[in-house]
Design a protein around this ligand. Structure first.
Ligand code: GLY
Length: 403
């Protein structure tokens, strides 16, 4: 009798947990992306990157592929960490040692950047590379590199402004430029604050996010690309764009850096004002009349010539990844809305329109991104950050639905 009671109790507990797991899936999913579908796309991505490995010269990272030519970059370029980062996600999924061997070989190039105080992009560069490496294979040496990187990044913080300087020399007294993209670098600081117990790194992140929330956003919750401050007084001198269509336009990738950035702010602080900010940004994007039905943004939400202008697959990939995380913090109605957008994005990006056939596209996974349209560089091109966030989104999707 006692044994029967025990067995029944175990069954009830098991059924309870099973129903919790399936409720989450049913309450947030409209369409049915299966584990098999995600795995097929991740497997294709791994196959493509195994080809890509054979195409990349020693000592450099891939940056884009236009006119049948691979453009590479050195380790100090802001995009340098995405290639090892993508390899690491793909290794995590497949356990294919070829991917890991290439990661270890290439990531070595990044090591010296831990002391680079001339860029704000250390979060992108070091957290996407060494951050993932340390997450997958924790190691004291990698931790040291990440901590040094965070400390180098923190040297660009100016208390009078309340921000980390994006562009320019640290001693430039004429102006202090901050771009919305800089929100992405805060993840590295939060990690290092937790690892070292150094509260200053945490406070710098929070102050940067608060100042950006105050000065970068418009009434409609779109964001400026660049805010220029007076480095002595912290006063705003001007608000403008570098990569967008106009000073008052909503450059697509910038909106997505903001979405991802405030979502991670909520993750790290649990301060509801960041969740509200991320949800307001999501509302601007998802309700925007210029967001196409397939959810791949034009390169700027106010680009001249819409619909006859370029799409930006990198923005779509960042959006998918950020919305999955945001859905996890949001009420069921919002979560359902976010996840149905994610599913449309993943399906569109995985279609032949955006996903390259194996051994095409120079070895990159995705086609059709825009790096810098006003300068006409890497327009309608494959880009390593499009690949990185696409793969990250699929890894997150699997976790979200426990596929
Ligand atoms: N951080 C530069 C870009 O998004 O193009």
């Amino acid at each position: 009798m006692k044994k029967l009671f025990h067995t029944t109790a175990v069954m009830v507990i098991f059924l309870f947990f099973l129903s919790c797991a399936t409720t989450k899936k049913q309450s947030t999913s409209n369409t049915d992306i299966s584990a098999k579908w995600i795995d097929k796309n991740l497997q294709d991505a791994a196959t493509q990157y195994k080809y890509f490995i054979t195409k990349i010269p020693e000592g450099v990272m891939p940056r884009s592929f236009t006119k049948d030519t691979l453009r590479t970059c050195p380790s100090e370029n802001w995009t340098a960490g995405f290639y090892p980062g993508t390899l690491l996600y793909l290794y995590e999924n497949t356990k294919d040692e070829v991917l890991f061997t290439e990661t270890l070989k290439k990531i070595k190039l990044m090591e010296k950047e831990q002391y680079n105080k001339g860029t704000h992009d250390l979060g992108f560069m070091m957290y996407c590379s060494y951050g993932n490496l340390n997450r997958i294979t924790p190691n004291e040496e990698y931790k040291k590199i990440l901590i040094n990187s965070a400390r180098s990044l923190a040297t660009r913080f100016n208390p009078a402004v309340g921000c980390i300087r994006s562009w320019g020399r640290s001693n430039d007294t004429s102006m202090f430029r901050v771009i919305i993209d800089n929100m992405m670098n805060l993840e590295l600081l939060f990690w290092a604050a937790k690892e070292t117990g150094d509260r200053l790194l945490y406070d710098i992140s929070v102050t940067h996010a608060n100042t950006t929330m105050k000065n970068h956003f418009r009434q409609d919750n779109s964001s400026y690309h660049v805010v220029v401050y007076n480095p002595q007084t912290g006063n705003v001198m001007k608000k403008e764009t570098a990569q967008g269509a106009a000073n008052e336009s909503a450059w697509a990738r910038g909106q997505l850096w903001g979405l991802y950035g405030y979502t991670l702010m909520y993750r790290e602080t649990k301060d509801k004002k960041y969740l509200d900010q991320a949800q307001r940004i999501a509302a601007f994007i998802l309700n925007n009349p210029n967001l196409p039905a397939d959810k791949i943004p034009y390169w700027d939400f106010n680009a001249p010539g819409i619909p006859n202008t370029f799409r930006d697959a990198s923005s779509a990939a960042i959006m998918a990844s950020a919305l999955i995380e945001l859905a996890g913090y949001s009420n069921p109605t919002l979560a359902k809305n976010y996840m149905s957008t994610v599913e449309i994005i993943l399906r569109t990006l995985s279609s032949p329109e955006y996903k390259a056939a194996i051994k095409e596209n120079g070895g990159f996974i995705l086609k059709h991104s825009v790096a810098h349209l006003p300068r006409n560089t890497e327009v309608d091109s494959p880009l390593p950050y499009a690949d990185y966030y696409y793969v990250e989104a699929m890894m997150r999707y699997k976790k979200y639905f426990r596929l």
